[in-house]
Design a protein. Structure first.
Length: 156
């Protein structure tokens, strides 16, 4: 029981690290003189959405880690870890380095990793797969939003 609690804490701590890293970089996009695309949601929406998504992401990873051994378990956990790294990396590239093209490349790879995780986890624990679907929807939108920033800010 103690080891399950430790694993649970590690999954949730991982998402807190990703969320916490964003605090250092997220600021006022207008400070960059960027034109904000019309599809951009209000800034207040990001906090509640990401809070819910990180809880779903951590729960999904924890569920996979709790499963009995499977050929796909290690692949799913590897994809979970990879998407967490890419998720964490996107924020400083977009908001810190102001690199819209670099951020787009990262988020496309993130999107592909999320899709791969959903497919693999579906084969071993459907609930874990379903927990990732809102995240996939949000990252799909975020990918379009990142691309929209490139379109409306061509000189950056």
């Amino acid at each position: 029981m103690k080891s399950r609690i430790i694993v649970w804490v590690l999954f949730y701590a991982s998402t807190l690290v990703a969320a916490g890293g964003a605090i250092w970089f997220v600021g006022d996009l207008n400070a960059n003189k960027w034109i904000v695309p019309t599809i951009a949601p209000p800034a207040w929406l990001f906090g509640p959405v990401w809070t819910i998504l990180y809880l779903l992401i951590a729960t999904s990873g924890y569920r996979i880690s709790s499963l009995k051994s499977s050929n796909l378990k290690n692949i799913a956990l590897g994809l979970w870890a990879l998407q967490m790294c890419l998720n964490t990396l996107w924020t400083p590239v977009f908001f810190g380095a102001f690199d819209l093209q670099g951020a787009l490349g990262i988020i496309v790879i993130l999107w592909l990793t999320i899709v791969s995780y959903i497919v693999v986890s579906f084969k071993i624990d459907r609930a874990s797969s379903y927990l990732f679907m809102p995240y996939w929807v949000w990252v799909s939108f975020a990918t379009a939003l990142n691309f929209s920033y490139i379109l409306v800010n061509p000189s950056i």
